[in-house]
Ligand binder design. Structure first.
Ligand code: ATP
Ligand code: MG
Length: 363
């Protein structure tokens, strides 16, 4: 059988710096555990524009469609701010998401005990928190037609349309239920069925998919505004939350801040199952290219490393290895190893990106 394959697109800014630590870990799996990944690397974002005049070359796109998963660092930077919209670095990422049809965006909010003081909430509210928000990523109000700014009578009107088809709701619901079966068998679906037609359909379809295909999973429904409140009040009541594109955008950012630092947050974007039964997938840290600290060896590689852990779990069925990697991160943090972004007011000496990677490998 062929080795599992990964396309690495490290991108711009701190992307290559944090990805270097993932590459070390991939090397460690090969040398120490006999798990060999076929790794290829290519350009995305500003660096691709510099070389090819486009943020994502067609050949790179074709490679992405062909591998078991893509690992992405970050794209963009001030150098590219004045570029035309059609060739902006971010467009490379958008094209990947669109052409791979990655409709299900998984954003875990996991609070490592050693960092519980970092949250804006009380320690008991966040310590041990481990939830995942599944956000629909390719439809809804960001894409629905009609959209635009029109003239009506003697004034302008800005229009966006929230539109969901049954199949769009069904596929992201399935992805959430599948995730729940790998975790704690519990899903909460959020919409606003009290005021939105798309919300009424959302609730119906999620319930139907549940009753027909996933009756073993515990399902609840909540209005998204109440959900936002509950997420701040007592987030540990949730396990998997599934919601639409707009509410997911807001809820996942709010949930992210329950855990503290941007340098800690991984994500996965999943699409339809491939021939091997695993979903099309792209894994990336939530943070951007962080131009303010790029090239200084200061970046926290943990978000990127935890994104790789998600790849182990969801693309390669190596859930136990993923858990061990997460435990290594937990141990290193408990030992007090900190990159600069994780330094509290008490101070101390931060470690470099590469020292953090080495510590995690040693653990
Ligand atoms: P984008 O538009 O690409 O999302 P952004 O402007 O929202 O980017 P980031 O590039 O993520 O934001 O950076 C926001 C802040 O967080 C910056 O001050 C940056 O230095 C810091 N930051 C982001 N990622 C990391 C990291 N991995 N380690 C340390 N600091 C980080
Ligand atoms: Mg941003």
């Amino acid at each position: 059988m062929a080795n599992p394959s990964i396309l690495i697109l490290a991108g711009d800014g701190i992307g290559p710096e944090v990805m270097a630590e993932v590459k070390k870990i991939i090397g460690w799996y090969d040398a120490k555990r006999g798990i060999t990944f076929d790794v290829s690397e290519d350009l995305v974002g500003g660096c691709a524009y510099d070389k090819h005049g486009t943020p994502l070359h067609d050949d790179t796109m074709a490679k992405a469609q062909d591998v078991d998963c893509v690992l992405l660092g970050a794209v963009g930077g001030p150098k590219y701010d004045s570029l035309d919209f059609s060739v902006k670095p971010e467009r490379g990422l958008l094209r990947l998401r669109k052409e791979m049809d990655l409709y299900s965006n998984l954003r875990p909010a996991q609070c490592f005990d050693a960092l519980a003081d970092f949250s804006s909430l009380k320690k008991e509210v966040v310590a041990g928190l481990d939830i995942v928000i599944v956000r629909e990523l390719t439809s809804g109000v960001y894409f629905g037609e009609p959209r635009g700014i029109f003239t009506e009578g003697n004034e302008r009107v800005g229009i966006n349309t929230q539109r969901y088809t049954e199949s769009e709701i069904a596929r992201v619901a399935r992805s959430a239920f599948e995730l729940a079966r790998r975790r704690n068998n519990k899903v909460c679906s959020m919409e606003k069925a009290n005021v939105m037609e798309s919300g009424i359909l959302w609730r119906q379809v999620v319930q139907e998919i549940h009753d027909k295909e996933y009756p073993d999973v515990e399902l609840s429904h909540m209005y998204a505004d109440a959900g936002a409140m509950q997420l701040c009040r007592w987030p540990k009541q949730f396990d998997v939350i599934v919601t639409d594109n707009l509410f997911g955008d807001l809820l996942s950012d709010a949930a992210a801040m329950l855990t503290g630092s941007l340098g800690m947050l991984p994500s996965a974007s999943l699409g339809a199952p491939m021939a091997n039964g695993r979903p099309k997938a792209l894994y990336e840290p939530v943070h951007g290219s962080a131009p303010d600290i790029a090239g200084q060896g200061k970046a926290n590689p943990i978000a990127c490393i935890l994104s790789f852990a998600m790849a182990l779990r969801y693309s390669f069925d190596l859930g136990e290895e993923a858990t061990r990697l997460e435990q290594a991160v937990e141990k290193v943090l408990a030992d007090g190893v900190r990159t600069a972004d994780l330094m509290g007011p008490e101070g101390g000496v931060p470690v470099s990106t590469s020292a953090m990677g080495d510590a995690i490998i040693a653990a």
